[in-house]
Structure formats: structure tokens, C-alpha cells
Design a protein around this ligand. Structure first.
Ligand code: UT7
Length: 324
């Protein structure tokens, strides 16, 4: 019997567009009836980055992947697959993943996008892990990259203040008999709640390309209960408790949801990676951007158990546990 293969996060990378916009600047620029105080109190968001003209999900994703490969000490020759989670692809096709593959100069393997809104990175990580365990790939770039600034209704203060642009990536590699790696991933969706968080159009729609629509309070209620269940499920599946968790790396939608998850897990905010104040909600990019920040500044160390969770349109939600 051969030793068990696991998918190890060998490198992380992030990319944020140069332009960072404060709440006050956004309110003034878009003529919004809002205040910095309201946004900070309800969400924890103080700033967000917006992509420049010409910057896309693929161009930002390429930069994030290059950073992830560099941190892993790997090269494009080590990449078998590129899996991209995005709700804001450059085009319906080629996939953003194929564009990133080409842009990186990867000349073999395969690339595809998947769609699970803000939970997309957890979904993509799950697919990468399964492919590595079954021997279909040994080096997988898992990317979340978003330009939500292009799908917002700037007259809807209830949504347009919440989102930002950016990209994050991890390079997941196969290791035999390793004590590190992805322990498990847990995916869920419930399409009956699709209407409470949606883009009300798209490439195949008769109604135009669409913008983000959200019943915020409804999503908030689902978030608190469903994320709590998902983290319990992830810990129970591995016979672990909250004491074992070194870092919670949550999807960054709202500091109140993040704090609620920290309380549930008995983790102070000093053991939770928070970027929502500076990045706002970057959807599928938020977790890999947070991983990139916390591995670079030395918070996440080799051997640390990291718990990730996210919820988003679909509804989709899920959790992942990884030993770094
Ligand atoms: O990433 C995917 C997952 N998404 C989430 O997890 C988001 C979950 N939801 C939330 O984070 C919160 O529900 C929001 C931050 C979106 C909203 O906070 P809330 O405390 O649920 O506020 P609300 O939507 O119930 O609105 C309260 C009031 C309303 O006014 P009235 O009806 O009470 O007079 C809104 O019109 O706040 C008003 N409001 C605003 N006021 C100033 C909504 N947006 C704004 C704004 N500035 N930007």
C-alpha cells in the first residue's frame, strides 16, 4: 500500500489594485447618501481597492499566481492545473483560468473556472484537493480573483459600499505521507435561497449583464448559522476542537459575522486574520488574499492549523481545514 497523498499549500500570493478608496472618498465620488460611521459600524469596512481600466480578473490573477509560485519556490513547469473561482470573469470564454494559464506561460495541463460566488475559493480548494488525492494533478494553482466594481449598482448604497477588487492564489502540491496539507473540505449549497444574493443578469441572460442584488439582513442570518455549522463539521470530521485552531481565516464580508465566528470558536481577534477593514468584500479573493498577508507577515507559521470558512451567493457555503 502506497503512502497517502495530501495537498499541501506550498505558497500563497495576493494582488491588490493600486487605487485604495476610503468610505468618505467613495461617498463623495458616487454621490451616496451614506457616512463613514455607518459603514464602519455595520461592516468594519474602511477602504477598498478598485481595479484600473485594463485590469481584469485574469491580469490580477496572474500577479497573484506569480507571487504564490515564488513563495513556494516553484516555477511554471510545476503547474499541472489552474482552477479559478470568479464571479467576474474577463469573458464567458476563454475561461479566466485559461487566460491565467496562458499569461503565466504554462504550456501543459488544464485550466477551468468554477462559480460559487464568495464561497468559490473553498470550492476550488476542494476540487484541487480531490484531484491531488486521486493523482490527476500534482501542482495546482487555486485562484480567487474578482472585479466586483464592474458589477455594482452605484445607486444602491446597501451594496455598493461593501465590495472591492483583488486576487489571491495558493499553490497546492502533492506530498506523500506528509503531516501537512488540506485535512478536509466541506461544501454546501441551497439553491432555494438564490434570490437573496444574486447578480440579476449575465452573459446568457435576456435582461442584460446584471448587478449585485442583496437582501443583506437575510444573508446575515444565514451566514451566522450556516458558517457555525460548517466549522463544527470541519473540526468534528478531523476529531479536532477549537483549541487546535491556530488561525481562523474567514471570508471577509462583515466584521460582525467574523467576530461572531471568533466567539463561537473561542478565538480572540488576535487569532483571526482580518482584512475586511482595508479590502472590503473581495468575494472569492478574500480568503487567499488574507492567507497571503498572514503568511508573509509571519502570523501563519509552518505547522499551524488554519480554519477557513465562507458563505455567498447560491446560497453556497463551506469550510476547509489545512495544516501549514
Ligand atoms: O459575501 C457574501 C456574504 N454577504 C454577507 O455576509 C453580507 C451580510 N449582510 C450584512 O453584512 C449586513 O446585512 C449589511 C452590512 C449589508 C447591512 O447591515 P444591516 O445592519 O443588516 O442593515 P440593513 O440592511 O437592515 O439596513 C438598515 C438601515 C436601512 O435603513 P432603514 O430602512 O432602517 O431606514 C438602510 O436603508 O440602514 C440603511 N442603509 C444605509 N445607511 C447608510 C443601508 N445601507 C446604508 C449605507 N449607509 N451604505
Amino acid at each position: 500500500m502506497g503512502s497517502v497523498i495530501s495537498g499541501v499549500i506550498a505558497g500563497t500570493g495576493g494582488y491588490l489594485p493600486a487605487r485604495s478608496v476610503s468610505n468618505d472618498e467613495l461617498a463623495a465620488e458616487k454621490h451616496l447618501d451614506t457616512t463613514d460611521a455607518w459603514i464602519v459600524e455595520r461592516t468594519g469596512i474602511r477602504r477598498r481597492h478598485f481595479a484600473a481600466d485594463g485590469e481584469t480578473a485574469s491580469s490580477m490573477g496572474i500577479a497573484a499566481c506569480q507571487a504564490a509560485l515564488a513563495q513556494a519556490g516553484a516555477s511554471v513547469a510545476d503547474v499541472d492545473a489552474v482552477i479559478v473561482a470568479t464571479a467576474t470573469p474577463d469573458s464567458a470564454f476563454p475561461s479566466t483560468a485559461a487566460r491565467i494559464q496562458g499569461g503565466l506561460g504554462v504550456t501543459r495541463g488544464f485550466a477551468f473556472d468554477l462559480s460559487a460566488a464568495c464561497t468559490g475559493f473553498i470550492y476550488a480548494l476542494s476540487v484541487a484537493d480531490a484531484m491531488i488525492r486521486t493523482g490527476q494533478a500534482r501542482g495546482v494553482l487555486v485562484v480567487g480573483t474578482e472585479v466586483y466594481s464592474r458589477i455594482l449598482d452605484w445607486s444602491d448604497r446597501g451594496t455598493c459600499v461593501l465590495f472591492g477588487d483583488g486576487a489571491g492564489a495558493v499553490f497546492v502540491v502533492a506530498e506523500e505521507g506528509s503531516t501537512r496539507g488540506l485535512l478536509s473540505t466541506h461544501l454546501h449549497s441551497d439553491g432555494r435561497h438564490g434570490d437573496i444574493l444574486q447578480v440579476d443578469g449575465g452573459a446568457g441572460s435576456t435582461g442584460g449583464t446584471g448587478v449585485v442584488r442583496m437582501a443583506g439582513r437575510e444573508v446575515f442570518k444565514h451566514a451566522v448559522t450556516k458558517l457555525a455549522a460548517a466549522v463544527d463539521e470541519a473540526l468534528a470530521a478531523n476529531g479536532l476542537g477549537h483549541d487546535d485552531v491556530a488561525w481562523l481565516v474567514p471570508h471577509q464580508a462583515n466584521i460582525r459575522i467574523i467576530e461572531a465566528m471568533g466567539r463561537k470558536l473561542h478565538l480572540g481577534l488576535d487569532r483571526v486574520v482580518v482584512t475586511v477593514d482595508r479590502h472590503a468584500n473581495t468575494s472569492a479573493a478574500s480568503i487567499p488574499l488574507a492567507l497571503a498577508e498572514a503568511t508573509r507577515d509571519g502570523r501563519i507559521k509552518p505547522g499551524d492549523l488554519v480554519l477557513m470558512e465562507a458563505i455567498g451567493g447560491g446560497l453556497t457555503w463551506g469550510a476547509a481545514l489545512a495544516r501549514f
